[in-house]
Design a protein around this ligand. Structure first.
Ligand code: NAD
Length: 395
């Protein structure tokens, strides 16, 4: 059983606490920190947390708790994780780990030096659909993964710190592209080196210094490509979709809008429908259990199980660090307009070359393509092994 100091009583602190407390888990949030005492007290009542405090150090050093969960704005992650590591506590941090890869590296080094358990709370690689899709990919159902595409878009976040470039470390790309980067890494293979990145960012709608729109490509050492789409300009709710293509197959995942629960109401549902849903009237797409659909339940199960077994969870601060390296390359590329290297000082994965697999048609020819035509005949497109000449055979 773990006793938790929850740092932050905002949007994600509530999701995390609700997930941990509501699933009748043996782990409990023992104390919640919020800088305004009134909110901390109200949160403790709503989510059944025994104690609250407006003193951050008191929450981190609480003698009853063994685990600190960081649910605070990005600019506070480094400061509080360094304190938690000093206190010898296990620590879980929301995304992104740092505002840039330098901060993330300092965070990683601090927890590793202190020898404390660390978990990166990237919930979207733990959704039930994603876990099943990853299982298929690991079993080879898609063959060699060539292209992973991940999109997170909505009309914009819910608090000022997200829109403050200095406090957040960027705009929509760091806020939501961090999810997409880790989703793509998970499907392509987390031990495959991300080599270079190209990105376009712009500020299209919101009057802010940071970007509210960003699209990026990452080229991996084995030739796979990640395509990342993050926007705060999308209207109509929250669009969370992933596409994975391999030599043997394809997976399309839709996590939020129009996923099989559609409601029309002229009079309205009188309030909240689902995260970032813009209306409570007309055609609505509610979500049955948001904690489950967004992966929070399986994410905390993995964190607590791993702590008990003294093992690393699926997502550690090292993953958070690699994600920050990718995002930094995006921001460099958005400035220069060129592909920029993903600078990783501490690569712990493998090295994989681009491997092309070919199929023989007969002794003399390689099969390029086999297609059934409208008249029912098979068209085989072939390459001569000696001359390289491309021909066709129709059967
Ligand atoms: N799916 C996800 O994983 C997900 C979703 C939303 C947010 N987040 C992350 O969670 C973090 C917090 O976001 P949120 O949505 O909960 O924001 P929020 O604004 O709803 O809550 C922020 C919390 O931090 C506190 N806070 C703000 N400024 C502070 C300061 N200067 N000193 C001390 N406390 C301060 C607030 O009082 C509040 O408790 C961010 O890093 C964000 O990227 C993750």
């Amino acid at each position: 059983m773990h006793k938790i100091s929850m740092l932050g009583a905002g949007f994600i602190g509530a999701f995390y606490t609700n997930t941990i407390q509501r699933s009748r888990s043996k782990d409990v949030v023992a104390v919640v920190y919020n800088r305004t005492p009134e909110t901390a007290e109200e949160f403790s009542k709503t989510y059944h947390v025994a104690r609250w405090t407006s003193d951050m150090d008191e929450a981190i050093n609480d003698p009853e708790t063994d685990l600190v969960v960081v649910a605070l704005p990005n600019f506070l992650h480094k400061e509080v994780i360094l304190k938690a590591a000093k206190a010898g506590k296990a620590v879980l941090c929301t995304k992104p780990l740092g505002r840039n890869h330098v901060e993330a590296k300092e965070i990683l080094e601090a927890v590793e030096k202190a020898g404390v358990f660390h978990g990166y709370l990237e919930d979207l690689v733990y959704t039930p659909k994603t876990l099943k899709a990853l299982d298929y990919v690991h079993k080879g159902a898609l063959g060699r993964i060539l292209w992973a595409r991940s999109r997170e878009t909505h009309p914009g976040p819910h608090s000022p710190h997200f829109f403050d470039k200095e406090k957040a470390g960027g705009g929509a790309l760091i806020d939501m592209g961090c999810h997409c980067a880790e989703i793509c890494r998970s499907f392509i293979g987390k031990d495959v080196l991300p080599v270079e990145a190209l990105a376009h960012t712009d500020t299209l709608v919101h009057p802010i210094a940071a970007e509210d729109f960003g699209i990026g490509l990452v080229r991996f050492e084995n030739g796979a490509v990640a395509q990342i789409e993050a926007s705060w300009t999308f209207r109509g709710g929250m669009d969370l979709r992933d596409e994975i293509s391999g030599t043997e197959g394809t997976i399309w995942l839709n996590h939020w809008l129009r996923t099989g629960f559609e409601v029309f109401t002229a009079s309205g549902t009188q309030g909240y429908v689902a995260e970032k849903m813009e209306s409570d009237k007309g055609w609505l797409f509610p979500v049955g259990n948001e904690e489950d659909a967004l992966g929070y339940i399986e994410m905390f199960n993995d964190m607590f199980d791993s702590m008990e077994k003294n093992e690393k969870p699926t997502e550690t601060f090292y993953d958070g660090y690699i994600v920050n390296c990718i995002l930094d390359a995006f921001y460099s590329s958005a400035k220069t307009g060129r592909w920029e290297p993903v600078q990783i000082d501490d690569w712990r994965g493998g090295h994989y070359e681009k491997v092309k697999t070919t199929k023989d048609y007969d002794e003399k020819h390689i099969l390029i393509k086999d297609e059934i035509m409208p008249d029912g005949k098979h068209k085989f497109i072939l390459q001569d092994k000696e001359t390289g000449r491309v021909t066709q055979v129709i059967k």
